[in-house]
Design a protein around this ligand. Structure first.
Ligand code: NAD
Length: 256
């Protein structure tokens, strides 16, 4: 029997087959989970639909995470389609390209708020919508973060500030939802070449640097994040909440 047999999960953040969310979805589906997916905007629908179908999912729902009405509509559909919900994967982030180079100091108020809204607040909004569907089940909420939350890294800038807010949200949500049996965790992934990552100038250098300095002397793949996610989404981690789990070949432990 698969680790997630009989479990139902919502995956938010698949853009294409390189997305980390897709690596997690494939791992979850292989362990027996039934999945629903969301897509951001019509352009991504044609990419997400065949991926969803390939893991037996027909629930592909529109969701811009900055729109409360989209979140409400998606969870309404889930409530009508499924008896409950066991997990949510949140793998969503955005910052304006102009803010991903040069000094962080220059970020405008509007761009700061947008980055924090999409990349951090959205996890709290999804948690609030998901919790009622998780009553009486061992719910698990999972988000994706990066080392730039705790260290100042070149060009990561406002995204690092947003990830710091996201990681703090993980702890506050874990405290709020723990009494209802819902666990909240994050994976801090090493650099992986995805659509979003391509927006960060010098990303190839980040990959090379990680390869040279990480204890494992290589970068991680989305499939490895997927396998670690299985731990956090399943009963294997029943005693773990409020945790940030690094899946980065050990890069974060290194000093010089
Ligand atoms: P990706 O481009 O494949 O996924 C990002 C997703 O965010 C896309 O599906 C996009 O549609 C979605 N998104 C952006 N704005 C949205 C909005 N307003 N509403 C709904 N969806 C929106 O890239 P990825 O690298 O797989 O990113 C997934 C997560 O992993 C992000 O949180 C990212 O910060 C995090 N992460 C990535 C890396 C990396 O190196 N790739 C490392 C650590 C953490």
């Amino acid at each position: 029997m698969g680790l997630l047999e009989g479990r139902k999960g919502l995956v938010v953040g698949v853009a294409n087959d390189r997305s980390i969310a897709w690596g997690i979805a494939q791992a979850a589906a292989a362990e027996g989970a039934a999945l629903a997916f969301t897509y951001q905007g019509e352009a991504l629908l044609k990419r997400v639909t065949p991926l969803a179908e390939s893991v037996g999912s027909r629930l592909v729902l529109p969701m811009d995470v900055t729109r409360d009405e989209d979140i409400e509509a998606a969870f309404r559909t889930l409530r009508e389609s499924w008896e409950g919900l066991d997990f949510v994967v949140h793998a969503v982030a955005f910052a304006n390209r102009e803010d991903l180079s040069g000094p962080y100091l220059n970020v405008s108020r509007a761009n700061f708020l947008q980055a924090l809204d999409v990349s951090a607040y959205s996890f709290t909004a999804l948690a609030r919508a998901a919790a009622p569907l998780m009553e009486g089940r061992a719910g698990s909420l999972l988000t994706l973060t990066y080392l730039g939350a705790e260290r100042a890294l070149p060009n990561y800038n406002v995204m690092g500030v947003a990830k710091a807010a996201l990681e703090s949200s993980v702890r506050y949500l874990a405290a709020d939802l723990g009494p209802r049996g819902i666990r909240v965790n994050a994976i801090s992934a090493g650099p992986i070449k995805t659509l979003s990552a391509a927006a960060i100038p010098g990303f190839t250098l980040m990959l090379k640097n990680a390869e040279e300095k990480a204890p494992l002397k290589r970068n991680v793949e989305a499939a490895e994040v997927g396998r670690a996610a299985l731990f956090l989404l399943s009963d294997l981690s029943s005693g773990v909440t409020g945790e940030i789990l690094f899946v980065d070949s050990g890069y974060h432990i290194q000093g010089v």
